[in-house]
Design a protein around this ligand. Structure first.
Ligand code: B12
Length: 289
C-alpha cells in the first residue's frame, strides 16, 4: 500500500508561505527551507518543514496563508487565524468537528501553530472552550449524545495529529508521569498536559483512562519520574479517590518527585500533601510549571 504522508509541492508551499515559487526554489537551494526530493528531482515539503521555516524566518513570511485557500470561506478563516480571532474559531471548529470534518479542524490547529501561537494557548483558548461548549450543547438538548461524542473524538484525533507538525526538543530536561485516577474516563486534559510537557522537553509517560494506582511503585522504580501530573474531573467515590491520591503522593515523596494537580475533581480531594507543589488551572500554567 502506498504510504500517505501529507506532502506539499513547491506551488502549494509557495501558496501557504504567500511567496513566489522562485523564492521557494532559492530557499531550498541555499538550505533556508528544508525539503525532500523525489527520485524525479521534485521538491516536497511536510508541515514540519514549513513550521520550522516560519519559526526561524518570521519577517520573510508575515503574510503567510496558514489555511490552504480554496474558497472565499477559506480566505476568511485564514484571516481569522492571522488575527487569532478565537471567538470565531471556537464556533468554526465546533461546527466542523460535529460534521466530522477532521481536515478542516486540523487545518485550523496547524494554522495557529504555524503562525507561532504556543501549543498551550491553542489548548487554552480554542480546544478547551470547544470541548466545554460541546458539553453544554448536549446538556441543553441541542445535540444528541452521539453528535457530542463524534465532535469530541474529532478533537482528540486532531490534537494528536497536530503533534506531527511540532518539532519536539531532542534534549530532555526531566521525566514526567501524566496520570488519572482509577475511576476516571476524562483523559483529554491530561493528554494535553502531556503534550505541553513534551514540547517543554520532558520525557513523558501518559497512562490514559482509568489508571490503576496498584503496583505504581514499580513504575517509579523503573522510570524514576521527577514530576507527577494528576488530573481529576469527576470523583464518584471520594474515599477511594483520596486513598489513591494519598498513596501516589506518598510514593512520589519517597522518590523526591514533585506532584502537580489539576481539574475540578480536586475540589473534592484534599491535596494538601507535602509532595504537592501546586494546583494548576490551565495549560499556560503547565508550561510555566
Ligand atoms: C468529553 C467528555 C466526556 C468523555 C471523555 C472522553 C475522554 N477521553 O476524556 C466521556 C464520554 C468518556 C465522558 C464520560 C462521562 N462524563 Co463527561 N464530559 C466530557 C466533556 C464534554 C468535555 C471534557 C473535557 O475534556 N474538557 C476539556 C478539558 C480540557 O477541560 P476541563 O476538564 O474543564 O479541564 C480544565 C481544567 O480543569 C484544567 N485541568 C483539568 N485537568 C487538569 C490536569 C492538570 C495537571 C492541569 C494542570 C490542568 C487540568 O485544564 C482545563 C483547562 O482549563 C465535559 C464537559 C465540560 N464542561 O468539560 C463532560 C463532563 C466533564 N462529564 C460529565 C459527566 C457527568 C460524565 C459521566 C459521569 C457521564 C455518565 N453519566 O456516564 C461520565 C464519567 C465517567 C467517569 N467515571 O469518568 C460532567 C461532570 C459533572 C461533574 N460532576 O463535574 C461534565 C462536566 C458534563 C456535564 N455538564 O454534565 N465525558
Amino acid at each position: 500500500m502506498e504510504q500517505s504522508i501529507q506532502y506539499f509541492n513547491s506551488e502549494e508551499a509557495a501558496q501557504i508561505l504567500n511567496v513566489n515559487v522562485s523564492s521557494i526554489k532559492r530557499w531550498t537551494e541555499d538550505g533556508t527551507l528544508e525539503c525532500v526530493k523525489t527520485a524525479g528531482g521534485h521538491r516536497k515539503f511536510t508541515m514540519q518543514h514549513l513550521a520550522k521555516f516560519l519559526e526561524e524566518h518570521k519577517t520573510k513570511t508575515s503574510r503567510a496563508n496558514l489555511f490552504p485557500i480554496e474558497s472565499d470561506q477559506d480566505l476568511e478563516i485564514n484571516t481569522r487565524i492571522l488575527k487569532a480571532d478565537f471567538e470565531f474559531l471556537i464556533e468554526y471548529v465546533l461546527e466542523q468537528s460535529r460534521l466530522c470534518n477532521r481536515d478542516r479542524v486540523l487545518r485550523v490547529f496547524n494554522g495557529l501553530y504555524l503562525s507561532q501561537h504556543p501549543l498551550h494557548e491553542i489548548y487554552d483558548c480554542l480546544v478547551t472552550p470547544v470541548l466545554h461548549k460541546n458539553g453544554e450543547l448536549w446538556e441543553q438538548g441541542e445535540i444528541s449524545v452521539i453528535e457530542e461524542h463524534f465532535s469530541t473524538q474529532v478533537i482528540i484525533c486532531c490534537i494528536i495529529r497536530l503533534q506531527g507538525t511540532i518539532r519536539m526538543p531532542v534534549e530532555k530536561i526531566g521525566t514526567a508521569f501524566c496520570l488519572v485516577m482509577s475511576q476516571e474516563l476524562h483523559d483529554i486534559a491530561i493528554k494535553m498536559v502531556d503534550h505541553v510537557l513534551e514540547l517543554k522537553g520532558y520525557k513523558t509517560f501518559f497512562s490514559g483512562q482509568m489508571t490503576l494506582s496498584r503496583k505504581i511503585e514499580r513504575a517509579f522504580e523503573i522510570f524514576k519520574p521527577d514530576r507527577i501530573y494528576i488530573s481529576s474531573t469527576i470523583v464518584s467515590d471520594v474515599n477511594l479517590a483520596q486513598a489513591e491520591f494519598d498513596k501516589i503522593c506518598y510514593i512520589a515523596a519517597a522518590h523526591n518527585a514533585r506532584v502537580f494537580v489539576g481539574g475540578r475533581g480536586f475540589d473534592e480531594i484534599d491535596f494538601s500533601h507535602p509532595a504537592v507543589e501546586k494546583r494548576l488551572n490551565n495549560f499556560e500554567e503547565v508550561y510555566l510549571s
